[in-house]
Design a protein around this ligand. Structure first.
Ligand code: NAD
Ligand code: UFG
Length: 343
Protein backbone atom coordinates (compact mmCIF):
# COMPACT_ATOMS: atom_id res chain seq x y z
CA UNK A 1 0.00 0.00 0.00
CA UNK A 2 1.27 3.46 -0.86
CA UNK A 3 1.03 6.95 0.58
CA UNK A 4 -0.09 9.55 -1.94
CA UNK A 5 1.73 12.83 -1.32
CA UNK A 6 0.26 15.82 -3.16
CA UNK A 7 2.68 18.72 -3.53
CA UNK A 8 5.46 16.20 -2.87
CA UNK A 9 8.10 18.06 -4.89
CA UNK A 10 7.50 21.27 -2.90
CA UNK A 11 9.45 22.49 0.11
CA UNK A 12 7.77 20.66 3.00
CA UNK A 13 6.45 17.84 0.79
CA UNK A 14 9.90 16.81 -0.50
CA UNK A 15 11.37 16.61 3.02
CA UNK A 16 8.35 14.59 4.12
CA UNK A 17 8.73 12.18 1.18
CA UNK A 18 12.32 11.58 2.30
CA UNK A 19 11.19 10.95 5.89
CA UNK A 20 8.43 8.58 4.72
CA UNK A 21 10.80 6.57 2.52
CA UNK A 22 13.29 6.41 5.39
CA UNK A 23 10.46 5.11 7.60
CA UNK A 24 9.89 2.29 5.09
CA UNK A 25 6.78 3.68 3.36
CA UNK A 26 6.03 3.42 -0.34
CA UNK A 27 5.37 6.90 -1.75
CA UNK A 28 3.56 8.20 -4.83
CA UNK A 29 3.87 11.92 -5.62
CA UNK A 30 1.40 14.12 -7.49
CA UNK A 31 2.47 17.69 -8.27
CA UNK A 32 1.75 20.06 -11.15
CA UNK A 33 5.20 21.68 -10.71
CA UNK A 34 3.63 25.16 -10.49
CA UNK A 35 6.00 25.95 -7.61
CA UNK A 36 8.62 23.21 -7.73
CA UNK A 37 10.94 21.44 -10.11
CA UNK A 38 11.06 17.92 -11.52
CA UNK A 39 14.74 17.60 -10.42
CA UNK A 40 13.49 17.24 -6.85
CA UNK A 41 12.34 13.68 -7.63
CA UNK A 42 15.90 12.72 -8.63
CA UNK A 43 17.29 14.45 -5.57
CA UNK A 44 14.96 12.46 -3.34
CA UNK A 45 16.42 9.34 -4.98
CA UNK A 46 19.97 10.64 -4.37
CA UNK A 47 19.19 11.06 -0.67
CA UNK A 48 17.19 7.89 -0.06
CA UNK A 49 18.26 5.47 -2.81
CA UNK A 50 14.58 5.13 -3.77
CA UNK A 51 12.93 6.80 -6.77
CA UNK A 52 9.32 7.62 -5.79
CA UNK A 53 6.67 7.28 -8.50
CA UNK A 54 5.83 10.75 -9.79
CA UNK A 55 2.77 12.04 -11.66
CA UNK A 56 2.81 15.57 -13.08
CA UNK A 57 -0.90 16.29 -12.68
CA UNK A 58 -2.94 19.29 -11.63
CA UNK A 59 -5.24 18.27 -8.78
CA UNK A 60 -8.03 20.21 -10.44
CA UNK A 61 -7.98 17.62 -13.27
CA UNK A 62 -10.26 15.04 -11.70
CA UNK A 63 -10.13 12.48 -14.53
CA UNK A 64 -6.33 12.43 -14.48
CA UNK A 65 -6.39 12.10 -10.70
CA UNK A 66 -8.89 9.25 -10.95
CA UNK A 67 -6.33 7.32 -13.02
CA UNK A 68 -3.84 7.62 -10.16
CA UNK A 69 -6.37 6.20 -7.71
CA UNK A 70 -7.17 3.42 -10.22
CA UNK A 71 -3.61 2.38 -10.90
CA UNK A 72 -2.04 2.83 -7.45
CA UNK A 73 -2.96 1.01 -4.28
CA UNK A 74 -3.36 4.05 -2.01
CA UNK A 75 -3.86 3.72 1.72
CA UNK A 76 -3.44 7.33 2.84
CA UNK A 77 -3.11 10.83 1.40
CA UNK A 78 -0.90 13.64 2.70
CA UNK A 79 -2.14 16.83 1.08
CA UNK A 80 0.49 19.56 0.77
CA UNK A 81 -0.46 20.89 -2.68
CA UNK A 82 -1.66 24.45 -2.59
CA UNK A 83 -0.76 28.03 -3.35
CA UNK A 84 0.77 29.81 -0.36
CA UNK A 85 1.84 33.37 -1.18
CA UNK A 86 -0.06 35.60 1.24
CA UNK A 87 0.43 38.83 -0.77
CA UNK A 88 -0.59 37.26 -4.06
CA UNK A 89 -3.71 35.84 -2.43
CA UNK A 90 -4.82 39.39 -1.58
CA UNK A 91 -4.59 40.54 -5.20
CA UNK A 92 -5.78 37.23 -6.75
CA UNK A 93 -8.23 35.72 -4.24
CA UNK A 94 -10.22 33.71 -6.81
CA UNK A 95 -7.08 31.93 -7.98
CA UNK A 96 -6.45 30.87 -4.36
CA UNK A 97 -10.04 29.79 -3.73
CA UNK A 98 -10.17 27.81 -6.98
CA UNK A 99 -6.82 26.11 -6.56
CA UNK A 100 -6.78 25.35 -2.84
CA UNK A 101 -10.46 24.57 -2.27
CA UNK A 102 -11.21 22.73 -5.51
CA UNK A 103 -8.09 20.56 -5.30
CA UNK A 104 -9.05 19.44 -1.80
CA UNK A 105 -12.63 18.73 -2.81
CA UNK A 106 -11.51 16.65 -5.79
CA UNK A 107 -9.17 14.70 -3.57
CA UNK A 108 -11.80 14.02 -0.90
CA UNK A 109 -14.33 12.90 -3.54
CA UNK A 110 -11.84 10.48 -5.07
CA UNK A 111 -10.84 9.20 -1.64
CA UNK A 112 -14.52 8.47 -0.96
CA UNK A 113 -14.92 6.76 -4.34
CA UNK A 114 -11.86 4.55 -3.76
CA UNK A 115 -12.49 3.99 -0.03
CA UNK A 116 -9.29 5.67 1.10
CA UNK A 117 -9.91 6.74 4.69
CA UNK A 118 -6.65 8.26 5.96
CA UNK A 119 -5.90 11.93 5.33
CA UNK A 120 -3.31 14.41 6.58
CA UNK A 121 -3.77 18.09 5.74
CA UNK A 122 -1.27 21.00 5.80
CA UNK A 123 -2.93 23.80 7.69
CA UNK A 124 -1.22 26.80 9.22
CA UNK A 125 -0.94 28.80 12.42
CA UNK A 126 -2.42 31.59 10.32
CA UNK A 127 -5.92 30.17 11.08
CA UNK A 128 -5.58 31.52 14.65
CA UNK A 129 -5.36 35.12 13.38
CA UNK A 130 -4.28 37.49 16.16
CA UNK A 131 -4.37 35.26 19.26
CA UNK A 132 -5.60 36.58 22.60
CA UNK A 133 -2.46 35.22 24.24
CA UNK A 134 0.55 32.98 23.62
CA UNK A 135 1.38 30.11 23.54
CA UNK A 136 -1.41 29.18 21.14
CA UNK A 137 -3.29 25.95 21.89
CA UNK A 138 -5.36 23.94 19.40
CA UNK A 139 -8.66 24.83 21.06
CA UNK A 140 -8.13 28.58 20.58
CA UNK A 141 -10.74 30.14 18.25
CA UNK A 142 -9.91 30.07 14.54
CA UNK A 143 -11.20 31.89 11.48
CA UNK A 144 -10.28 35.55 12.07
CA UNK A 145 -7.71 35.39 9.29
CA UNK A 146 -6.35 38.47 7.55
CA UNK A 147 -6.00 37.24 3.95
CA UNK A 148 -7.55 34.89 1.34
CA UNK A 149 -4.69 32.36 1.64
CA UNK A 150 -5.41 31.96 5.35
CA UNK A 151 -9.12 31.82 4.59
CA UNK A 152 -8.56 28.80 2.29
CA UNK A 153 -6.86 27.00 5.20
CA UNK A 154 -9.79 27.83 7.48
CA UNK A 155 -12.41 26.77 4.91
CA UNK A 156 -10.58 23.50 4.19
CA UNK A 157 -10.35 22.71 7.91
CA UNK A 158 -14.13 23.15 8.13
CA UNK A 159 -14.63 21.06 4.98
CA UNK A 160 -12.64 18.22 6.55
CA UNK A 161 -14.48 18.56 9.85
CA UNK A 162 -17.88 18.31 8.13
CA UNK A 163 -16.76 15.36 6.02
CA UNK A 164 -15.53 13.50 9.11
CA UNK A 165 -18.97 14.03 10.71
CA UNK A 166 -20.66 12.55 7.64
CA UNK A 167 -18.27 9.63 7.19
CA UNK A 168 -17.45 7.86 10.47
CA UNK A 169 -14.86 5.66 8.71
CA UNK A 170 -12.78 8.67 7.71
CA UNK A 171 -9.67 9.56 9.75
CA UNK A 172 -8.08 12.95 9.28
CA UNK A 173 -5.21 14.78 10.90
CA UNK A 174 -5.00 18.54 10.48
CA UNK A 175 -1.51 19.85 11.16
CA UNK A 176 -1.14 23.56 11.88
CA UNK A 177 2.44 24.45 11.02
CA UNK A 178 4.19 27.38 12.60
CA UNK A 179 7.14 28.86 10.64
CA UNK A 180 9.22 26.26 8.78
CA UNK A 181 12.92 26.99 8.15
CA UNK A 182 16.01 25.01 7.20
CA UNK A 183 16.67 22.36 4.61
CA UNK A 184 17.97 18.82 4.30
CA UNK A 185 21.61 18.68 5.45
CA UNK A 186 22.71 17.32 2.05
CA UNK A 187 21.83 20.70 0.50
CA UNK A 188 19.94 18.79 -2.21
CA UNK A 189 16.42 19.91 -1.29
CA UNK A 190 15.20 23.10 0.37
CA UNK A 191 13.06 26.16 -0.19
CA UNK A 192 13.49 27.91 -3.55
CA UNK A 193 11.12 30.87 -3.79
CA UNK A 194 10.57 32.49 -7.18
CA UNK A 195 11.49 36.19 -7.38
CA UNK A 196 11.86 38.31 -4.26
CA UNK A 197 11.08 36.24 -1.15
CA UNK A 198 8.20 37.23 1.15
CA UNK A 199 9.38 35.21 4.13
CA UNK A 200 12.17 36.14 6.50
CA UNK A 201 14.71 33.32 6.09
CA UNK A 202 14.85 33.12 2.28
CA UNK A 203 15.21 36.91 2.29
CA UNK A 204 18.11 36.70 4.76
CA UNK A 205 19.93 33.98 2.78
CA UNK A 206 19.61 36.05 -0.40
CA UNK A 207 21.07 39.06 1.41
CA UNK A 208 23.88 36.85 2.72
CA UNK A 209 24.75 35.64 -0.78
CA UNK A 210 24.67 39.19 -2.16
CA UNK A 211 21.59 38.80 -4.34
CA UNK A 212 19.66 41.34 -2.26
CA UNK A 213 21.35 44.36 -0.64
CA UNK A 214 19.82 44.35 2.85
CA UNK A 215 16.98 43.02 4.96
CA UNK A 216 14.01 45.27 5.66
CA UNK A 217 12.92 44.64 9.25
CA UNK A 218 9.17 45.19 9.30
CA UNK A 219 8.66 47.20 12.49
CA UNK A 220 10.57 47.52 15.77
CA UNK A 221 7.68 48.79 17.89
CA UNK A 222 5.83 45.53 18.57
CA UNK A 223 4.93 44.47 22.11
CA UNK A 224 7.89 42.07 22.25
CA UNK A 225 11.19 42.11 24.21
CA UNK A 226 13.19 43.82 21.41
CA UNK A 227 10.27 45.35 19.48
CA UNK A 228 10.51 43.04 16.43
CA UNK A 229 7.97 40.32 15.57
CA UNK A 230 8.24 37.00 17.40
CA UNK A 231 7.51 33.65 15.68
CA UNK A 232 7.87 29.93 16.34
CA UNK A 233 10.46 28.74 13.80
CA UNK A 234 10.60 24.99 13.27
CA UNK A 235 13.10 22.98 11.23
CA UNK A 236 11.52 21.44 8.12
CA UNK A 237 13.07 18.08 9.12
CA UNK A 238 11.12 18.22 12.38
CA UNK A 239 7.96 19.04 10.43
CA UNK A 240 8.63 16.10 8.10
CA UNK A 241 8.94 13.79 11.08
CA UNK A 242 5.65 15.19 12.41
CA UNK A 243 3.93 13.82 9.29
CA UNK A 244 5.34 10.35 9.82
CA UNK A 245 3.91 10.45 13.36
CA UNK A 246 0.58 11.86 12.12
CA UNK A 247 0.28 9.00 9.66
CA UNK A 248 0.88 6.51 12.44
CA UNK A 249 -1.75 8.26 14.55
CA UNK A 250 -4.50 8.13 11.92
CA UNK A 251 -3.86 4.42 11.32
CA UNK A 252 -5.35 3.94 14.81
CA UNK A 253 -8.69 5.31 13.49
CA UNK A 254 -9.10 8.34 15.78
CA UNK A 255 -11.59 10.23 13.54
CA UNK A 256 -10.55 13.89 13.32
CA UNK A 257 -7.46 15.07 15.21
CA UNK A 258 -5.75 18.48 15.10
CA UNK A 259 -2.21 19.34 16.18
CA UNK A 260 0.11 22.32 16.23
CA UNK A 261 3.56 21.61 14.83
CA UNK A 262 5.94 24.09 16.39
CA UNK A 263 8.77 24.16 18.90
CA UNK A 264 6.94 26.17 21.58
CA UNK A 265 9.72 28.80 21.55
CA UNK A 266 9.42 32.30 20.15
CA UNK A 267 12.30 34.12 18.45
CA UNK A 268 12.36 37.73 17.25
CA UNK A 269 13.59 39.00 13.89
CA UNK A 270 16.71 40.34 15.66
CA UNK A 271 17.28 36.89 17.26
CA UNK A 272 17.23 35.36 13.77
CA UNK A 273 19.63 37.93 12.33
CA UNK A 274 22.08 37.54 15.25
CA UNK A 275 21.98 33.74 15.21
CA UNK A 276 22.37 33.59 11.43
CA UNK A 277 25.38 35.92 11.57
CA UNK A 278 27.02 34.01 14.44
CA UNK A 279 26.50 30.50 13.03
CA UNK A 280 27.41 31.29 9.43
CA UNK A 281 29.94 34.10 9.95
CA UNK A 282 28.15 36.35 7.43
CA UNK A 283 26.94 39.90 7.98
CA UNK A 284 23.26 40.73 7.37
CA UNK A 285 22.83 44.48 6.82
CA UNK A 286 19.32 45.69 7.66
CA UNK A 287 17.14 48.76 7.90
CA UNK A 288 14.13 49.33 10.12
CA UNK A 289 11.00 49.74 8.00
CA UNK A 290 7.30 50.28 8.73
CA UNK A 291 5.21 47.33 9.92
CA UNK A 292 3.91 44.96 7.24
CA UNK A 293 0.09 45.06 7.13
CA UNK A 294 -1.50 42.02 8.77
CA UNK A 295 1.56 41.07 10.87
CA UNK A 296 1.04 40.28 14.55
CA UNK A 297 3.32 40.81 17.56
CA UNK A 298 3.84 37.27 18.72
CA UNK A 299 2.93 33.78 17.56
CA UNK A 300 4.21 30.56 19.11
CA UNK A 301 2.74 27.15 19.75
CA UNK A 302 1.53 25.34 22.80
CA UNK A 303 3.10 21.96 21.99
CA UNK A 304 1.54 19.98 24.86
CA UNK A 305 -1.10 18.15 22.80
CA UNK A 306 1.26 17.13 19.97
CA UNK A 307 3.74 15.86 22.54
CA UNK A 308 1.14 13.89 24.49
CA UNK A 309 -0.85 12.40 21.62
CA UNK A 310 1.63 12.25 18.73
CA UNK A 311 4.84 11.90 20.70
CA UNK A 312 6.08 14.87 18.68
CA UNK A 313 8.99 16.93 20.00
CA UNK A 314 11.05 19.23 17.75
CA UNK A 315 14.73 18.23 17.92
CA UNK A 316 16.51 20.89 15.89
CA UNK A 317 17.71 24.26 17.21
CA UNK A 318 17.59 27.74 15.69
CA UNK A 319 21.34 27.35 15.02
CA UNK A 320 20.60 24.19 12.97
CA UNK A 321 17.90 26.02 11.01
CA UNK A 322 20.21 28.97 10.21
CA UNK A 323 23.09 26.67 9.22
CA UNK A 324 20.97 24.42 6.99
CA UNK A 325 19.11 27.29 5.28
CA UNK A 326 22.45 28.90 4.43
CA UNK A 327 23.96 25.61 3.27
CA UNK A 328 21.06 25.11 0.86
CA UNK A 329 21.33 28.67 -0.47
CA UNK A 330 25.09 28.34 -1.04
CA UNK A 331 24.79 24.92 -2.68
CA UNK A 332 22.01 26.01 -5.04
CA UNK A 333 22.94 29.58 -5.88
CA UNK A 334 22.96 30.22 -9.61
CA UNK A 335 24.92 33.23 -10.90
CA UNK A 336 22.11 33.96 -13.38
CA UNK A 337 19.77 34.50 -10.42
CA UNK A 338 21.57 37.70 -9.42
CA UNK A 339 19.60 39.74 -11.99
CA UNK A 340 16.76 40.71 -9.64
CA UNK A 341 18.20 42.76 -6.83
CA UNK A 342 15.63 44.81 -4.89
CA UNK A 343 17.67 47.64 -3.51
P1 NAD B 1 5.43 24.70 -1.88
O1 NAD B 1 4.84 25.73 -2.78
O2 NAD B 1 6.90 24.53 -1.85
O3 NAD B 1 4.77 23.27 -2.21
C1 NAD B 1 3.44 23.14 -2.66
C2 NAD B 1 3.46 22.25 -3.91
O4 NAD B 1 2.12 22.09 -4.39
C3 NAD B 1 4.28 22.84 -5.06
O5 NAD B 1 5.24 21.89 -5.47
C4 NAD B 1 3.24 23.13 -6.15
O6 NAD B 1 3.79 22.91 -7.43
C5 NAD B 1 2.14 22.13 -5.81
N1 NAD B 1 0.78 22.51 -6.24
C6 NAD B 1 0.12 23.69 -6.01
N2 NAD B 1 -1.10 23.64 -6.56
C7 NAD B 1 -1.24 22.40 -7.13
C8 NAD B 1 -2.28 21.75 -7.86
N3 NAD B 1 -3.44 22.36 -8.12
N4 NAD B 1 -2.08 20.49 -8.30
C9 NAD B 1 -0.90 19.86 -8.05
N5 NAD B 1 0.13 20.41 -7.38
C10 NAD B 1 -0.05 21.67 -6.93
O7 NAD B 1 4.86 24.99 -0.41
P2 NAD B 1 5.32 24.40 1.00
O8 NAD B 1 6.01 25.48 1.75
O9 NAD B 1 5.98 23.10 0.83
O10 NAD B 1 3.89 24.22 1.68
C11 NAD B 1 3.20 22.98 1.65
C12 NAD B 1 1.83 23.17 2.28
O11 NAD B 1 2.00 23.65 3.62
C13 NAD B 1 0.96 24.21 1.58
O12 NAD B 1 -0.38 23.78 1.59
C14 NAD B 1 1.12 25.45 2.44
O13 NAD B 1 0.01 26.30 2.37
C15 NAD B 1 1.26 24.83 3.83
N6 NAD B 1 1.98 25.70 4.80
C16 NAD B 1 3.20 26.20 4.45
C17 NAD B 1 3.86 27.05 5.34
C18 NAD B 1 5.20 27.65 4.98
O14 NAD B 1 5.58 28.66 5.59
N7 NAD B 1 5.95 27.09 4.03
C19 NAD B 1 3.29 27.37 6.58
C20 NAD B 1 2.04 26.82 6.90
C21 NAD B 1 1.40 25.99 5.98
N1 UFG C 1 9.94 39.92 8.36
C1 UFG C 1 10.75 41.02 8.20
N2 UFG C 1 11.26 41.26 6.96
C2 UFG C 1 11.03 40.45 5.89
C3 UFG C 1 10.19 39.32 6.08
C4 UFG C 1 9.65 39.10 7.33
O1 UFG C 1 10.99 41.76 9.15
O2 UFG C 1 11.52 40.73 4.79
C5 UFG C 1 9.38 39.61 9.71
C6 UFG C 1 7.86 39.66 9.77
O3 UFG C 1 7.39 40.96 10.02
C7 UFG C 1 7.58 38.66 10.91
C8 UFG C 1 8.72 37.64 10.79
O4 UFG C 1 9.75 38.30 10.05
O5 UFG C 1 7.69 39.30 12.16
C9 UFG C 1 8.32 36.38 10.06
O6 UFG C 1 7.75 36.69 8.80
P1 UFG C 1 7.50 35.59 7.67
O7 UFG C 1 6.95 36.31 6.48
O8 UFG C 1 8.70 34.75 7.48
O9 UFG C 1 6.39 34.64 8.33
P2 UFG C 1 4.93 34.96 8.85
O10 UFG C 1 4.88 34.60 10.31
O11 UFG C 1 4.48 36.31 8.48
O12 UFG C 1 4.03 33.95 8.00
C10 UFG C 1 4.44 32.61 7.72
C11 UFG C 1 3.82 32.16 6.40
C12 UFG C 1 2.33 32.08 6.52
C13 UFG C 1 1.97 31.19 7.66
C14 UFG C 1 2.62 31.66 8.94
C15 UFG C 1 2.36 30.71 10.09
O13 UFG C 1 4.15 33.08 5.36
O14 UFG C 1 1.79 31.54 5.36
O15 UFG C 1 4.04 31.76 8.75
O16 UFG C 1 2.62 29.42 9.71
F1 UFG C 1 0.64 31.17 7.82
Amino acid sequence: MAILVTGGTGYIGSHTVVALIEAGQEVVIVDNLSNSKIEVVKRIEQITGVLPRFYQIDLLEKEQMRKVFQSESIDAVIHFAGLKAVGESVTMPLKYFRNNLDSTLTLLELMEEYHVNHFVFSSSATVYGKPKRVPIAEEFPIGEVSNPYGRTKYFIEKMIQDYCLGNPHFNACILRYFNPLGAHQSGLIGEEPDGIPNNLMPYITQVAIGKLSHLKVFGNDYQTPDGTGVRDYIHVLDLANGHVLALKKIQSNPGLVIYNLGTGKGYSVFDIIKTFEAVNKVKIPYTINPRRPGDIDECYADTTKAKKELDFVAMYTLEDMCRDSWNFQKTNFKITDSSHDAK
